[in-house]
Structures are given as structure tokens and as C-alpha cells.
Design a protein around this ligand. Sequence first.
Ligand code: 1GP
Length: 254
Amino acid sequence: MRIGPILERITKSVDAGNGCYWILLDPDDFSDREAARIASEAQKAGADAMLIGGSLLNTNHLDSFVSSVKKAVDVPVILFPGDATQISSMADAILFLSLVSGRNPMNLIGEQVKGAPLIKEYGIEPISTAYMLVESGAVTSVEFMSNTRPLPRSKPMIAAAHALAAQYMGMSMIYLEAGSGASSTVPSKMIRMVREYVDIPVIVGGGIRDASTAVEKINAGADIIVTGNLLHKKNGIKIMKDIAKVVKAKRKKK
Ligand code: 1GP
């Protein structure tokens, strides 16, 4: 498959040591107007892309939500769907996720089959992404909703083997996910081993709440850091600014 413009932009900026901080906006958490304001603040704070989605969507305003965010920012707006119902024609691209850490056929290929024709019809760019859920203490929403077991956090080689298999299957990115609000982040040892085995971009998210943790993940080999819950913190924008600043400085030096 030809590389689309958004993946090309991501890959180029990752190679140049940029584009390494993404924000996750859950449509259940904000109104369209709030999302526009927050996205614009996040962009000013240094966010390089906006992800939109959640494990479970209870509200019915995805199109207007995506469209408000798009109007407010000029970085890519990318869907991060929990299932095939979370597709909007307003987005620039969609992470075409396969939950490769699990063995639930619906999350490996079922939802993808349901969503693919609509993605084609809408002309949104699909970015094939291996989604790997990592054990992080308590049961996370994605673990519960997908009915899959996360990768054991003390077995980095199991994660590396999954990532390599995904790359061999032609996937364009790896997303190492501890789960939104996770109490423990993806272990750096695991990121390091995955990095050793694959040469496609590695995204790391879940439970990252400060700049030093973000830098630790970048040092271990993460290309892109994602935060979501910080948007709910009183001083979240300030922390996001710190994260954007330090991860960019660190990656540029590499
Ligand atoms: C979830 O990795 C993201 O996919 C963000 O997690 O909400 O814990 O920052 P947090």
C-alpha cells in the first residue's frame, strides 16, 4: 500500500527528532466547544497531533467533535478508535489498529473488516498500527472492553516478538499502551527491547503524568509520547508544555 501524507509527515518528523508529542481527546469527556479550546491550548503547548477516541464511546457527537478540533488546530487530527463505530469523515487519518497483544479475533480483524469500507468511502488515511496492551497494575478500560490479556510487564521479549511480527506483517507503527490513567507506565526495559527489534515508529502512552517520565520513555527508545488524562489536571497545560519541551530537546540530540 502507498504511504499516505499523514504517515509520511509523521515518519519524516520522527526521523528529524520532531513530532514526538501527541494528545488524546476523548469525546465523552468534553463538549465540542471545550475540545476546540483545549486542542488549541494543547497545540500552543507543543502538541504535534491530536488523537480522538476512547475504549467506549457513550456520546453521539463524534463528527462535530472532530470537526471542532480540526478547525482549532493545524496539526494532524487522527482517530484512535475503540471499535468500528468510531469513524468520522472529518478526520485527517485513522490509526487502523489491530490489538496484536490479545487473542480476541474481533479486535485483531473483526472490527477492521467492519470499518474498512467506510474508511475507503470517506477517504480517510488509514495508518496500520499494532496496538499492544501492557499490564499496568489494575484492569484498564481497554483490557476490560477488549476482553484480552495484556502483555506481562516483566517479559520484554514477548513484547519485542509481537512488535517484530507486526512489522513483518507490514504494520507501520507500534503503539505500546499501558491504558489511560494507568498506575504504572510501559516499562522502559520493554520499550528498549521493542526498539531494538523494530525500525518503525514506536508510540508510548498510558499513565504518563510528568516530563521526567516522558523523557525516560524517550531515552528508552520511544518516538512518540501520548498523554490524555493530563487535560483534566488543573496545571495540565503547564505539564504538557514541560513534556513537549523536554522530549523535543532530548530527541533532537539523538
Ligand atoms: C491512552 O495512552 C493514552 O491511550 C493516554 O493515557 O490518559 O493515562 O495519559 P493517559
